[in-house]
Design a protein around this ligand. Structure first.
Ligand code: ADP
Ligand code: ZN
Length: 517
């Protein structure tokens, strides 16, 4: 982990950068004049907040919206970052606090409305604050032709000249004219380092499959791409080794890679991957940073990634040359349990844990999506798009069905057994399978016993997995395997909401030759 990602996680609680962020952060950190164009919701604020923390002195942030500024300052303060704002919405006390922090030299970020630049004393205040960087949010407000024109933004260029510090400008509006205007007005026409990137990587095909027999699924995927370079990501080190062996046994050229290997062994694999054609590296997420191979043709995930950001980064290693590349991500109930428990067992404070659960929900939403996956993925990063035609759901639309009744039956089985049991036992109850455990506990006497006889075991497993994916039920962190209902499920239980689920497209494991991973 680099210092930067360590700080990203320690201060902001994010496990990885979003697409594009790292390069921008680095540019700003290096003191270059920088212009970044990113979709709304793409995570622009972090691109000046993180460098501000790493740099000496204070970063002044010019932003046109008072409410937004106040939100950001509050958010930063909650994270323990010394930040303040000077806006017309301030109380005298707030303003006093800011001046005091400036004089103490403790302030890292000072937010300011553009109008403030007109006030006498602002320049000397910024000098006193040891301002070493200017960040301009919504930089398109400097454009006279745009509908968001703010005359006071025209003062920013002077400010930069007088303070003689680097400037970083951010906007979501990317048209070429606006860009030119930003460059001429904010940077005096000197071309800044410019980052313009939507998040879409249209040459990368997206696909998810329910995990059935991962070893067979991955080996079939690899066999269909024999001779091409690929990466298989696994959640554990042990899994990388067994899977690499299995692939080698099937005649693939494949190597394991993980952080537990010594650095020489790792270098050997990295080198081999760079120069050999058709090598498959089976790795943990330790593999990838610094791998700069343009013709990686495929990336598979044998286990669900940790987050949507991680997923995007990992699949994004494929097809850098722009030629078609393929991906496959496997996921199942055990993955959901693993990722939930990693959040629950982490040391983060409760608010951060709930944010991490919400982020995991977004990834699961992508896994269980019912329409174009790229649309779901890009919308998470704030980008609107049309159905892509290059994902499994565009090729073969999911069949969805009204699952309100089955979900209510399942919830009722969970509640009537005290939220104490796991999927296997609950499915025995629902399908009327009077096992010894069911009889011992008297669960064959419950009104829910056998109410789900009309559906097979595999169909029930699919319902339970999707209920976990939709966060209607969560594994109980205290009791291994037991499922508890969440508040999100209440409207369905009370009959106030309906729910549509996917019909599973996998065949049950019994229909397949049994190869266990
Ligand atoms: P923008 O200003 O580009 O519209 P924001 O800076 O408000 O976007 O960020 C949008 C959301 O993305 C925020 O909720 C923020 O917490 C989140 N975010 C930013 N960077 C990351 C990251 N590296 N990992 C996870 N979430 C992030
Ligand atoms: Zn699609």
């Amino acid at each position: 982990m680099t210092d930067l990602t360590a700080r990203l996680s320690r201060v902001f609680g994010f496990s990885s950068f979003r697409p594009g962020q790292q390069e921008i952060v680095q540019s700003v950190l290096d003191g270059q004049n920088t212009l970044a164009i990113m979709p709304t919701g793409g995570g622009k604020s972090l691109c000046f907040q993180l460098p501000a923390l790493c740099r000496e002195g204070t970063t002044v942030v010019i932003s046109p919206l008072i409410a937004l500024m106040r939100d950001q300052v509050r958010g930063l303060q909650e994270l323990g970052v010394p930040a303040g704002a000077l806006t017309s919405g301030n109380t005298d006390e707030e303003t006093e606090d800011v001046f005091r922090a400036v004089d103490d030299g403790t302030l890292k970020l000072l937010y300011m409305a553009p109008e403030r630049l007109a006030a006498s004393g602002t320049l000397s205040l910024l000098r006193r604050a040891n301002c070493t960087l200017i960040a301009v949010d919504e930089a398109h407000c400097v454009s006279q032709w745009g509908h968001d024109f703010r005359p006071d933004y025209l003062r920013i260029g002077d400010l930069r000249r007088m303070l003689d510090v680097p400037l970083a400008a951010f906007t979501a509006t990317a048209d070429a004219e606006t860009r030119d205007e930003i460059v001429s007005r904010l940077f005096d026409g000197m071309a800044p380092a410019t980052f313009l990137r939507g998040f879409d990587r249209p040459n990368i095909r997206l696909a998810f499959r329910v995990k059935d027999s991962p070893r067979r699924q991955i080996s079939e995927f690899a066999a269909a791409r024999r001779g091409q370079s690929g990466i298989v990501y696994c959640a554990t080190r042990a899994r990388t080794e067994t899977l690499a062996q299995a692939l080698s046994a099937e005649g693939h050229n494949s190597r394991a890679y993980h952080g537990g290997m010594d650095s020489i062994e790792r270098r050997v694999v990295e080198q081999a991957f760079q120069v050999e054609d058709g090598l498959i590296v089976v790795a943990t997420v330790a593999f990838g940073m610094g791998i700069d191979k343009p013709d990686i043709r495929w990336v598979a995930h044998a286990d669900l990634p940790k987050s949507i950001e991680g997923y995007y980064q990992e699949i994004g290693r494929a097809g850098r040359d722009g030629a078609p590349a393929d991906t496959l991500t496997l996921y199942g109930p055990d993955d959901i349990r693993l990722r939930r428990s990693q959040v629950d067992e982490g040391l983060a404070p409760p608010e951060r844990k709930s944010a991490d659960h919400a982020r995991l929900n977004s990834l699961l939403g992508l896994a269980e999506a019912t329409s174009c996956r790229r649309q779901v993925l890009l919308s998470y990063f704030g980008e609107e798009s049309q159905p892509c035609g290059n994902c499994d759901l565009c090729t073969l639309p999911a069949k969805i069905f009204n699952a309100t009744q089955p979900v209510r039956k399942a919830l009722s089985a969970i509640l009537r057994t005290g939220e104490y049991f796991g999927t296997g036992h609950l499915i025995d109850i629902l399908t009327g399978n009077a096992t010894a455990k069911v009889r011992e506990r008297g669960h064959d006497q419950l009104p829910t016993f056998a109410v789900g006889r009309d559906m097979g075991k595999a169909a029930w497993q699919a319902v339970f997995r999707q209920m976990m994916g939709r966060d209607l039920v969560r594994p109980d962190p205290e009791r291994f395997g037991a499922l508890r209902m969440t508040d999100a499920a209440r409207p369905i239980l009370r009959g106030e909401a309906e729910i549509m689920l996917r019909e599973d497209t996998i065949k049950s494991a019994r229909d397949r030759p049994t190869v266990k991973a």
